[in-house]
Design a binder for this molecule. Structure first.
Ligand code: SF4
Length: 340
């Protein structure tokens, strides 16, 4: 008998969960599901639904043969006890297949690891999306402000983008992000919107703790023409930065007095930026009312933050041009507006 193990939090059960489990079951004869303990959900907001109720819901699915709660201290313990042939992971679960395999092999677990694809049959295939929809439709959830948030989201849609309301605690920062600017980007120190002029990841984390919500925004594609010298067209840079400037102003005028934007791309307001000059200071920026750092420049892990709402960002394919340039890859611009 071929045993399969699937794992997850399964907060606010939706068709994406059912698809993941049904596809997992197809790989063998007996499906075991390990439901995450509340205490162990630390990479995203704590689940809304209790662990007992989440377990009960999973047990009620016809494709599930056995469902158990995870171990409080050792996530591998129930896997060792079940000894499955295959472990499946969901399309947006943050596991690296290789890392998982290596760690399991070290524990003597020889299971194969299979990632299940994405379910695309419904717009509500993430708990965060369902929560956002509930917030935007129920005025009691954000007293007096839900209509204004809807207007901000509609503004982004009108500009050709997409926006979702997320808890500010879902915005992920990482010390590694700054290291990538330092050692991976030829634009380091070239604009005041980039390190070393911008807040460090730790400073941004502290800023985030003063907010409850944020709008995560994305634009697909480029409105201009990318060249081998530029990762993104100048037109696109100006376009999204103008959108963020207008959005932040609009949010402020709606009463979100703490509205603070993180834009996309290197600052593109001026043709020449004094940031490269010796002894330059952030106050030398001639356009500080408009200039905002990009998410990455402020130490935000855009990939992990987008994953929390089910947006999967692909790594861009770069040519051999120094600094990299996007010629044929589809490009996504991601921005963030903190609101309270
Ligand atoms: S607004 Fe102008 S001076 Fe300020 S960072 Fe951008 S390009 Fe540089």
């Amino acid at each position: 008998m071929k045993k399969i193990v699937a794992t997850g939090t399964f907060d606010i059960l939706h068709p994406g969960h059912v698809y993941y489990l049904e596809e997992s079951k197809k790989l063998g004869d007996e499906l075991w599901v390990i439901v995450a303990r509340e205490k162990n959900v630390v990479h995203k907001p704590r689940p809304i639904v209790s662990e007992d109720q989440r377990l009960e819901m999973i047990q009620s699915l016809s494709c599930v043969d056995h469902a158990v709660l995870g171990d409080m201290d050792d996530m591998y313990k129930p896997i060792q006890e079940i000894n499955p042939d295959i472990i499946t992971i969901g399309f947006n679960q943050k596991w690296s297949e290789d890392k998982l395999k290596t760690e399991m092999h070290e524990r003597g677990i020889q299971s194969e690891v299979v990632r299940i694809g994405e379910y695309c049959g419904s717009p509500f295939t993430s708990s965060t999306k369902i929560i956002n929809e509930a917030i935007s439709r129920r005025t009691w959830a954000v007293p007096d402000k839900s209509d204004k948030i809807t207007t901000l989201i509609d503004f982004i849609k009108g500009k050709g983008g997409e926006a979702v309301l997320i808890p500010a605690e879902d915005v992920v920062t990482g010390e590694w992000v700054l290291q990538k600017c330092l050692f991976g980007c030829s634009g380091y120190g070239h604009r005041f919107g980039c390190p070393p002029y911008t807040p460090t990841p730790s400073e941004t984390k502290k800023v985030l703790s003063g907010y409850s919500t944020a709008l995560l925004i994305k634009f697909e594609g480029d409105v201009g023409v990318a060249t081998p010298e530029r990762v993104v067209s100048r037109r696109m840079t100006r376009y999204v930065q103008q959108v963020m400037y207008d959005l932040e102003k609009m949010a402020f005028s709606f009463g979100f007095y703490k509205a603070l934007g993180y834009t996309g791309h290197q600052c593109g307001w001026c043709a020449h930026c004094p940031a490269k000059e010796k002894g330059a200071k952030i106050t030398d920026c001639v356009n500080r009312t408009k200039m905002r750092p990009s998410m990455e420049a402020a130490g935000i892990d855009a990939y992990a933050t987008c994953a929390s709402v089910g947006w999967k960002l692909d790594i861009l394919t770069c040519t051999e041009v120094e600094g990299g340039s996007v010629l044929d890859s589809p490009m996504t611009t991601v921005m963030l507006l903190l609101i309270e």
